[in-house]
Design a protein around this ligand. Structure first.
Ligand SMILES: [Zn+2]
Length: 235
């Protein structure tokens, strides 16, 4: 049984028979992150993958552990938060463009991944509210982010003792700009350490709170990054 994300039908689980056998024409399509044209036969209880034509194999993503992990994080997010046959408009194109950008390797993989997550939240109607206070509606350029409220709070509405995560106008601007997945924009982006910290913190708590999810592949990426930090020349 293999799970595919498809343009027309969203998540599809299908039986791919014989993929372990030598010469199986289906085995290429079940490699992770492979973009293919697929043909299914509807069975009584399950679908069967009958034919495939690989369009893009994304080999680089399977050769490099870091990029593999970032590609896996996106797939995990989609897999764990969408129902079978639920089509999120725009998600297929977003996934495709994310995998292309990771494969080309000319933009920061972590920022690509944040932008993927923010775009996914926006397409799913779950994006954090960043242009106004979620309580009183006052227009804001900076404020305190609250995961529980789903966005920014102004100084009057932020509960005392629980100020949330203070976000500067700069960090809010980065978050807003990354909600549209645009690899050209990301390539030219120079994030400060503070902005990186804020983006990571907002996304992690927003996804944990609103999707009740902590991504396993994200924990793996954190371990990879710690190893990289200890061996700065090994990249
Ligand atoms: Zn307010």
């Amino acid at each position: 049984m293999v799970t595919f994300y498809t343009r027309e039908r969203g998540l599809v689980e299908a039986v791919a028979r014989g993929i372990g056998k030598p010469g199986s024409t289906l085995s290429a399509a079940v490699e992770p992150f492979t973009l293919s044209k697929l043909f299914f036969a509807e069975g009584r209880n399950v679908d069967y993958l009958t034919q495939c034509r690989v369009i893009e194999a994304f080999y680089e993503l399977r050769r490099d552990m870091t990029r593999y992990a970032y590609a896996a994080a996106a797939c995990e997010l989609v897999l764990r938060t969408t129902e079978a046959s639920q089509v999120v408009p725009g998600l297929f194109a977003l996934l495709e463009s994310y995998l292309h950008a990771l494969e080309s390797g000319d933009a920061d993989a972590q920022v690509l991944s944040w932008s993927f997550q923010l775009s996914y939240l926006r397409l799913s109607g779950l994006a954090p509210v960043l242009d106004r206070c979620v309580e009183c509606g006052k227009q804001l350029r900076a404020g305190a982010y609250s995961a529980g409220k789903g966005g920014l709070l102004c100084t009057d509405c932020a509960p005392e003792g629980e100020p949330g995560l203070p976000l500067s106008a700069g960090s809010v601007k980065y978050l807003e700009s990354l909600m549209e997945f645009n690899p050209d924009h990301i390539r030219h982006l120079r994030l400060t350490d503070q902005a990186r910290h804020d983006l990571q913190a907002v996304l992690r708590s927003h996804i944990r709170y609103h999707l009740d999810l902590s991504l396993k592949s994200e924990a793996f990426i954190r371990r990879l990054r710690r190893t990289d930090d200890r061996h700065p020349t090994s990249d």
